[in-house]
Design a protein around this ligand. Structure first.
Ligand code: NAP
Length: 267
């Protein structure tokens, strides 16, 4: 873990940069496009978007404007809850590719499990089959899920022919999800850590501020180290140039095992 371009290897052999740039609530248009262009300019090579962030067009435009070859940027998008079914999921990917103006995405996720159906497990299995077919057709380099708990994953694995490459879940010291993390690790599913700053709510936490001060680092930098040192893939989001830069200054220090344990018990 020395640089933003370092990678984890997914369970299908695809390499994924260890930090992704989050884009939820980056409004489509100049704000999102500028933030993503800035992120790419300072070295991020992994972008996380979703249909429901409504900014896939800005992600695509920023990639194009960056001049960086497409194969050097890892792009994730997700289908929304309204697209659970084989046909809807297949169409959702095609529409996402159009909005992104890309031929493929690197990672396509089920954003949240189907829950509002009596046959929720069958619905997840059907949607997953569409992702598997898209994967075999080469429209996506890897497929995964988000917000799945061990029960939902156990059900999915009963019919899946491709194991999800990632499970994107809320992971930070106040939301550690130990059962899901352990399940994912046991099944070689990478834990992607969304809301690594608790959607901004952890940034004024007195214990975190005190700990960060001992490293002469910011709370966000400490939280990103906590994520990486656990082997998670954090997805920090910002639309401010100075934060986008600060959040990558995380390779010149490491948290001691005592401080990792302290953070593990923050919840
Ligand atoms: N799969 C899912 O269901 C799901 C759910 C939530 C999130 N996600 C993904 O995970 C990403 C990150 O999560 P998140 O957006 O919830 O929140 P987050 O990254 O935990 O926190 C973002 C907030 O922290 C602020 N911030 C960032 N860096 C900062 C810094 N250095 N100093 C001070 N403030 C800073 C941001 O401000 P500004 O933006 O104003 O600069 C923003 O308000 C999302 O963007 C999305 O890609 C996925």
């Amino acid at each position: 873990m020395n640089a933003l371009t370092d990678t984890y290897t997914l369970n299908n052999g695809v390499k994924i940069p260890i930090v992704g740039f989050g884009t939820w609530e980056a409004p489509n248009g100049p704000i999102a496009q500028h933030a993503i262009e800035q992120a790419l300019a300072v070295g991020y090579r992994h972008l996380d978007t979703a249909r429901v962030y409504w900014n896939e067009a800005s992600v695509g435009a920023a990639i194009k404007n960056s001049g960086i070859p497409r194969d050097q940027i890892f792009v994730t998008t997700k289908l929304w809850n309204t697209d659970h079914s084989y046909q809807l999921a297949t169409a959702a990917l095609d529409k996402a590719l159009q909005r992104l103006a890309l031929d493929y995405v690197d990672l396509f996720l089920i954003h949240t499990p189907a829950t509002n159906y009596p046959d929720w497990a069958a619905k997840n299995a059907e949607t997953w089959r569409a992702l598997e077919d898209a994967y075999h057709a080469g429209k996506v380099r890897a497929i995964g899920v988000s917000n799945f708990n061990p029960d939902q994953l156990t059900q999915l694995l009963q019919t899946a022919t491709v194991t999800p490459a990632v499970n994107q879940i809320q992971l930070n010291p106040q939301h550690p999800l130990p059962a899901t993390v352990a399940f994912d690790e046991a099944h070689h599913i990478l834990n992607e850590a969304y809301s690594p700053f608790g959607h901004g709510k952890l940034l004024q936490n007195p214990e975190l501020l005190a700990l960060a001060a001992t490293y002469h680092k910011s709370v966000t930098q400490v939280l990103l180290r906590w994520s990486l040192q656990h082997g998670y893939l954090p997805l920090p989001k910002s639309v401010h140039d100075q934060y986008i830069q600060a959040n990558i200054e995380i390779f010149d220090f490491s948290l001691t095992s005592t401080d990792m344990a302290k953070l593990d018990h923050l919840a």
